[in-house]
Design a protein around this ligand. Structure first.
Ligand SMILES: [Fe+2]
Length: 135
């Protein structure tokens, strides 16, 4: 069973970002699956590296649209993105240093990391972007 199920509670009602969020959910689920299967550090590291990379390109897409429309909360949202990327990079670095990850706490962290950001920060831009005609 997947760790996170994407459903309407995670929708920001902007098609491209819902699609990207679904991809992020899929990647967190993939990591969860790999940990459950007892995959080695190399595999976990590869998945995490992919997650970091995809997260960065997704955040860049959100930020580009915020800049384009002068989103008033842009600086704060941008800072939240910087913090989120750093947190995942930290996990990645721990793995690189040969530390064993605590699967439960890492997954719990990532679920919160993703769902809290989408439900909190991201949902705040829905009405704004919709008012600009973005769907
Ligand atoms: Fe965001």
């Amino acid at each position: 069973m997947a760790l996170i199920e994407w459903n309407q509670s995670l929708s920001v009602a902007i098609k491209q970002f819902d699609d990207q969020h679904q991809q992020l959910v899929a990647m967190v689920n993939q990591l969860h699956q790999a940990i459950k299967e007892g995959q080695g550090a190399d595999t976990l590291h590869l998945i995490l590296a992919g997650l970091v990379q995809y997260t960065q390109s997704h955040f860049a897409a959100e930020e580009a649209l915020m800049e384009q429309y002068d989103y008033p909360d842009y600086p704060r949202h941008k800072q939240a993105h910087v913090d989120l990327v750093r947190q995942v990079e930290d996990i990645s670095a721990q793995l690189e240093n040969g530390n064993r990850l605590q699967p439960v706490s890492v997954m719990q962290f990532l679920v919160n990391w993703l769902t809290n950001h989408i439900k909190g920060e991201d949902k705040r831009y829905t009405v704004f972007f919709q008012s600009k005609g973005v769907v």
